[in-house]
Write a protein that binds this ligand. Structure first.
Ligand code: SD4
Length: 290
């Protein structure tokens, strides 16, 4: 029996899950739905961690990371991409139009332009103002407040029971120039296997990359764990290994082929959005710390 279509995303991004969910219930593919779904947040100027309006690095550059995975197990990714509002769509083009998986920086931008994407200034007045404020003290430390973590990772199941996933971000605010996080790394910010399920991550990318967290979650599900158990074990890897785990947040959302969802994080406050059978919800995640 196939599950009904489902769209699930990190944080309370219900506009994104509604977009993806309504597309899925009208017969769209999981791949089209995840792309269009996360594009909502790439264009949302109020979201300062994704796409247009994303916080710049400490030198004032807005640099974007994104990736996408298809039911066939294909993947595309862009890292350190500047001046393009929809990095997820460029990642999809990398997957579909090139022999490669990942393009970076200048080359990614050049490819995007060849593909017809238009350059745009993504540094808004507000994010420039906030950056100039930050420059006064230049204090760089992980910020665990939920307001500062708005990366969108999304997983969808379509009417055929096929799954796709996407992840897109401007990364940690005021990161070093050149820094790339977990979000565009296949297996870290996103992993999907259409036979098993998928996982997406948000939070401190450096910690997620070191455990290749999303890959880990999917492999644990493959071994028979529920999405919830798999997310818990992946978070505990970091908690047990990193003495500084209290200073940062990491969170995973996972969904298996049956449409079962799980989620876990270090610090309380993480939620995930879901669209299922016409109903849109925001769901609190369980956490290691309260
Ligand atoms: C990163 N994981 O670049 C991203 C940041 C994030 O919500 O999730 N922000 O490390």
């Amino acid at each position: 029996l196939k599950p009904s279509p489902v769209a699930v995303a990190t944080w309370n991004f219900q506009n994104a899950t509604k977009m993806a969910g309504t597309m899925l219930y009208s017969g769209a593919s999981a791949l089209d739905a995840v792309e269009k779904g996360v594009m909502i947040e790439e264009s949302n100027l109020k979201n300062t961690t994704v796409g247009n309006g994303g916080a710049p690095d400490r030198d004032g550059n807005v640099t974007l990371d994104a990736c996408i995975m298809s039911p066939e197990g294909n993947a595309g990714s862009v890292v350190y991409l500047k001046e393009i509002e929809h990095p997820v769509s460029v990642a999809r083009k990398v997957m579909e139009e090139t022999p490669h998986v990942m393009l970076a920086g200048e080359g990614a931008l050049q490819f995007a332009i060849q593909q017809g994407f238009k350059k745009k200034n993504l540094l808004t007045e507000e994010s420039e103002k906030a950056w100039k404020e930050w420059l006064k003290d230049k204090e760089y430390k992980p910020i665990i407040n939920i307001e500062n973590h708005d990366t969108i990772g999304m997983l969808c199941i379509d009417e055929n029971g096929d799954m796709a996933g996407a992840c897109t971000t401007s990364g940690l605010g005021y990161k070093m120039n050149g820094r790339v996080g977990d979000s565009p790394i296949i297996g870290a910010g996103l992993y999907l296997d259409n036979e098993v399920g998928g996982a997406v991550a948000t939070g401190m990318g450096e910690a997620i990359m070191k455990s290749l967290g999303s890959f880990l979650v999917v492999e644990l599900m493959r071994q028979g764990k529920s999405p919830q158990e798999a997310c818990e074990e992946a978070v505990m890897r970091t908690v047990n290994k990193d003495p500084n785990y209290k200073d940062f947040q990491i969170a995973f959302v996972a969904m298996n082929k049956a449409g079962e969802i799980g989620s876990y994080c270090i610090h309380k406050g993480f939620t995930y959005a879901k669209y299922y059978e016409g109903e849109s919800t925001n769901n609190p995640s369980s956490s290691y710390l309260n």
